[in-house]
Ligand binder design. Structure first.
Ligand code: ZN
Length: 312
């Protein structure tokens, strides 16, 4: 089954007129509630990341900059990344919830987990908050899985329409975390060329599949599947983390790579199949982008519909 992590506190990150809005979670919540998923799935307890856990990924300056800006009433960490007074605390809770989800899955309490968290994380590098992201939630979760649970090899699958430059950067020289991203290219943030494959000991443990605007859905899904097979064969993961952005949806006002909601079910099924083969079904999925309120909610519902299916 699936454990869902959600909480009202994630609405307290108030961004003004901004696509990464609290209404995204309200829309997801309403749709999951009316479809019965909030009743049928186990509910996880959100938690705050400790500063020690955060410091494994992020510099002290990046952490204190976010803390101080929020404490001063809010403002902008970069031109895209707005903070309100509660945003630092909410960002700590987003990263801590990804950790709690790792604990749920690595302990065997549930096969997989979905974190309905914000702010998103995959653009945040080790020393820079950017692109709506304050701290890198999946990177913090990966490090926790290694330190606390002895997960030797982790695969991060990032299907957000944007390249996960922050996650790539954090693990670029680290062979213990394989980063696989499929994304629109050329596009924000500009990285993610297929020539970016990791360096040093991490050479070959980054896989980028750049996709041009105008791609057909079946072509995209074929590219996703073949990339996933390459990634999982190389990574042989103990745990799979998904940077689950839904902004490749055809209705998305920010991303739009032509996908329909049902395509996220197809991709989830693919990830679930390889997770069953390699790591006893262990998946932790963390919300990243997705900015059309209805398309986002329908896509998340499609994602859960597959995550929550009992294992055959
Ligand atoms: Zn995105």
């Amino acid at each position: 089954m699936t454990t869902i992590f959600s909480h009202q506190h994630f609405l307290d990150h108030v961004t003004g007129t901004h696509p990464e809005s609290p209404q995204r979670l309200t829309s997801i919540h309403d749709t999951l509630n009316s479809a019965g998923w909030l009743k049928s799935c186990r509910q996880g307890e959100v938690a705050k990341v400790t500063l020690d856990e955060l410091a494994v990924v992020h510099t002290a300056k990046q952490i204190t900059d976010a803390r101080d800006l929020a404490a001063a009433g809010g403002g902008f960490l970069d031109p895209d990344t707005a903070l309100s007074p509660a945003s630092y605390d909410v960002a700590l809770t987003a990263a801590g919830t990804a950790i709690a989800a790792v604990d749920t899955v690595m302990s065997g309490a549930d096969a997989n987990a979905l974190c309905l968290i914000r702010p998103p994380g995959h653009h945040a590098t080790a020393d820079r908050s950017m692109g709506f992201c304050v701290f890198n939630n999946v990177a913090v979760a990966a490090r926790h899985a290694q330190k606390k649970h002895g997960a030797n090899r982790i695969l991060i699958v990032d299907w957000d329409v944007h390249h996960g430059n922050g996650t790539q950067d954090i693990f670029y020289e680290d062979p213990s975390v394989f980063f696989y991203s499929i994304h629109r290219f050329p596009f924000y943030p500009g990285t993610g060329d297929e020539g970016e494959q990791g360096s040093g000991k991490g050479r070959g443990t980054t896989l980028n599949v750049p996709v041009q605007f105008g791609v057909k859905r079946d072509q995209y899904l074929d590219l996703f599947q073949s990339g996933l097979e390459r990634a999982v064969t190389a990574a042989r993961p103990d745990l799979i983390l998904i940077s689950a952005g839904f902004d490749a949806h055809v209705d998305d006002p920010v991303g739009n790579l032509g996908l329909n909601s049902i395509d996220f079910a197809t991709m989830t099924k693919s990830v679930k199949d390889v997770a069953n083969t390699y790591c006893n079904g262990r998946i932790v999925s963390c919300l990243e982008g997705g900015y059309h309120l209805k398309a986002l909610a329908d896509s998340v519902a499609a994602h859960i519909g597959v995550l929550a299916e009992p294992r055959p």
